[in-house]
Design a protein around this ligand. Structure first.
Ligand code: SF4
Length: 246
């Protein structure tokens, strides 16, 4: 894909949960994974989405620039998987940095290559979705190797990149105390990690799975209770990590 044209699933002009302050958040189309708990299965296909030129997207962002600046916010690229369109994101981030606008990348961390390395140089903050700490869960329910994600995590530390980690709490699936504890001990080694954000599992996107004609396997799983969320939060907290619930 041309670095001047991006395939976009949707845009939230002033989202409040995608990095510091208000964020012009661009959800790119296409994903290389197939998480069983995905709330945007309609973003998986790289064939869909609306094409935006770099200039058109930047011009649209500028309509909200004063709000972004007033809130100490900026621009976040998410998905889908934004690292599938690294050249477009890079071109956009270069424009942002020229205009002194903060840049964040919300990613699964499943792709690391030369283009991504360059993109990370222009990224102020990485928001990394870590979906569990269990190799077979990653393989079966996410669609990649846990080791790939851990290599990406290592790389953020190697380049001393500001890092937030997101973790979806799914009762009976990702809230196993031993696994959460092992993950939090692992994360405690990362000096570039500023915070963990816990996302309570929700089923409000189940209809998107049906619309996309995909089988949804989590219909029997409830949203976590406050108690279940706090148990996970305590484990991270116990390992001296700053934890927030979104
Ligand atoms: S990486 Fe994100 S967009 Fe892709 S399948 Fe997983 S949750 Fe969905």
């Amino acid at each position: 894909m041309d670095s001047k044209v991006g395939k976009i699933h949707s845009i939230k002009p002033c989202a409040l949960n995608n990095g510091p302050g208000a964020r012009y958040t661009v959800f790119l189309e296409g994903c290389n994974l197939h998480c069983s708990f995905c709330n945007t299965p309609d973003s998986w296909s790289a064939e869909k989405g609306k094409e935006y030129t770099l200039e058109a997207l930047f011009e649209d962002m500028q309509n909200y620039e004063s709000t972004l600046r007033l809130s100490n916010g900026g621009v976040t690229f998410s998905g889908g998987e934004p690292l599938l369109q690294p050249d477009f994101v890079l071109s956009f981030f270069m424009l942002c940095k020229k205009n002194n606008i903060h840049t964040a990348l919300a990613t699964s961390g499943s792709i690391l290559n030369d283009s991504v390395n360059v993109l990370l140089e222009w990224t102020d903050l990485v928001i990394l979705d870590i979906k569990g700490f269990n190799k077979s869960f990653y393989k079966e329910s996410v669609g990649c190797d846990l080791d790939t994600i851990l290599s990406f995590l290592d790389y953020t530390q190697q380049i001393n990149k500001r890092l937030w980690v997101r973790y979806v709490v799914i009762p009976g699936i990702t809230d196993n105390p031993e696994e959460v504890s092992a993950l939090s001990k692992h994360l405690a080694n990362f000096k570039n990690l500023e915070r963990i954000e816990l996302i309570p599992f929700q089923k409000n996107c189940e209809y998107k799975w049906h619309e996309a004609d995909r089988e949804y396997t989590l219909q029997e799983i409830p949203a976590p209770s406050e108690r279940e969320l706090l148990k996970v939060l305590e484990i991270f907290y116990h390992n001296h990590l700053r934890v927030f619930i979104l």
